[in-house]
Design a protein around this ligand. Structure first.
Ligand SMILES: Nc1nc2c(ncn2[C@@H]2O[C@H](COP(=O)(O)OP(=O)(O)O)[C@@H](O)[C@H]2O)c(=O)[nH]1
Ligand SMILES: [Mg+2]
Length: 397
């Protein structure tokens, strides 16, 4: 049997393995390969290190990128001087496998760079973000060099750019923001070059304006430099601040639907009263709940988004128009299935790369097609609602 690979979904060879697993051992055999894949997707770990001087804006950034605020549960305390010399983990509120680590700055003379690296256990992180504010110090240089030596990705982020522009605007009412941003960028880059980095990129961000300055580009760059598996975890963890983020989540979740539909039609499948086939309703219930959470439509995520944008949570909930936000249980899903049982769907409607395999397993007009369709519709409906919420929260289109 093939080992689960690094690819997030089934690649060409793995689909072939899936087919032969089915031919050898039937549906249960194929389902167990699919379940392995889903487990890998669920269990992928992403550890992101955030370092930089005390006061640079690490804690504020770690909160922003997880979509939490100062007094939310699990928020990093901001504006406080570091008291610990240990890395502090800040797991994502919905996806605890995605964890941001606050590495204390190494400003103190009794914590020399060499000791620092080993104390921080650099090897465990997937990539590093160094938050710069103003100066770039020798400590930052030694950390950066060590990260490079380990062959890990490193991103330079210049924080509090909103503050800089604000003070400049106070002094000069006709300020050309674009020009000032370019100057700040040039200044950061030239300091990094002096420190020995050949072509450094610096992202200018405000942790209070996640759709502004270089924050969107930073998100995109971080995602695109990860392997498939880690990339989907990172994309799933992003707070819903743009329509694009929701679209990306929808795309990722779509790729799981045929797997879930197959599982539902296999191991735990039992006849469902009123339907002409067997399926595991529990699988569908938890899939829908999971979609909801990934799409930020669970109550806690909505509360966090409301707080982040200063909108009453009732205003965000008011634009949600789907029963999928209420209690989703077995009865609810059975009603969904009954409602669409006569709609019918052929495998031809499910035109995706897995069809040669799944088609041969289920044939047309089967439980697979119906559960596939139910999950697909639920995902679309949830994603559309998530987009409405984002428009209401950010007042954008
Ligand atoms: N205006 C603005 N203030 C920021 C930003 N990031 C951090 N701060 C403020 O800078 C101070 C130090 O931030 P903190 O995150 O605690 O820094 P840390 O010591 O590196 O964790 C706090 O008062 C934050 O509110 C930002 O992007 N914009
Ligand atoms: Mg801090």
């Amino acid at each position: 049997m093939a080992q689960p690979s690094k690819s997030a979904y089934f690649n060409h060879d793995e689909l072939k393995d899936l087919k032969s697993a089915y031919e050898k051992g039937g549906l249960e055999n194929a389902a167990s390969l699919i379940q392995q894949k889903l487990n890998v997707l669920h269990n992928v770990q992403l550890n992101i290190a955030v370092t930089g001087d005390s006061g640079a804006g690490k804690s504020t950034f770690i909160d922003a990128i997880r979509g939490v605020q100062g007094d939310d549960e699990g928020a990093a305390e901001t504006g406080t001087t570091e008291t610990t010399m240990k890395p502090t983990p800040y797991p994502h509120p919905n996806l605890p496998n995605v964890c941001f680590w606050d590495l204390p700055g190494i400003g103190t003379p009794n914590f020399p760079a060499k000791t620092y690296m080993s104390a921080m256990n650099f090897q465990k992180y997937d990539f590093f973000i160094i938050i710069l504010h103003g100066r770039f110090r020798e400590n930052d240089v030694s950390i950066a060099n060590e990260i490079k030596r380990l062959g890990k990705n490193l991103y330079f982020v210049r924080s509090k750019i909103d503050n800089d522009l604000y003070s400049m605007r106070k002094k000069n009412k006709t300020l050309n923001e674009e020009e000032e941003l370019k100057k700040i960028r040039r200044d950061c880059v030239s300091k990094l070059k002096v420190a020995g980095f050949s072509a450094p990129t610096v992202f200018l961000i405000s942790s209070f304006e996640m759709n502004d300055f270089d924050f969107p580009e930073l998100r995109e760059t971080l995602a695109n430099n990860l392997d498939d598996l880690k990339k989907q975890a990172f994309l799933m963890s992003l707070p819903n601040t743009t329509l694009e983020i929701i679209n990306n989540k929808r795309k990722e979740l779509k790729k799981r639907i045929w797997m879930l539909a197959t599982i539902s039609g296999s191991v735990g499948a039992i006849p469902v009263p009123g339907l002409s086939f067997s399926c595991d309703i529990g699988v569908l219930v938890s899939a829908i709940k999971e979609f909801r959470k990934y799409l930020g439509l669970d109550d806690a995520s909505l509360q966090r988004l409301a707080k982040m944008t200063g909108k009453p949570v009732e205003d965000l909930k008011a634009v949600v128009k789907t029963p999928l936000l209420g209690e989703v249980n077995k009865e609810f899903v059975i009603r969904m299935l009954m409602g669409s049982v006569f709609v019918g769907i052929s495998t031809a409607e499910v035109v995706l790369d897995f069809i040669p395999v799944v088609g041969s397993i289920f044939g047309a007009a089967s439980s697979f097609c119906l559960t596939y369709k139910i999950l697909n519709n639920a995902l679309d409906e949830l994603a559309e609602n998530a987009q409405r919420v984002v428009k209401a929260a950010f007042g954008t289109d």
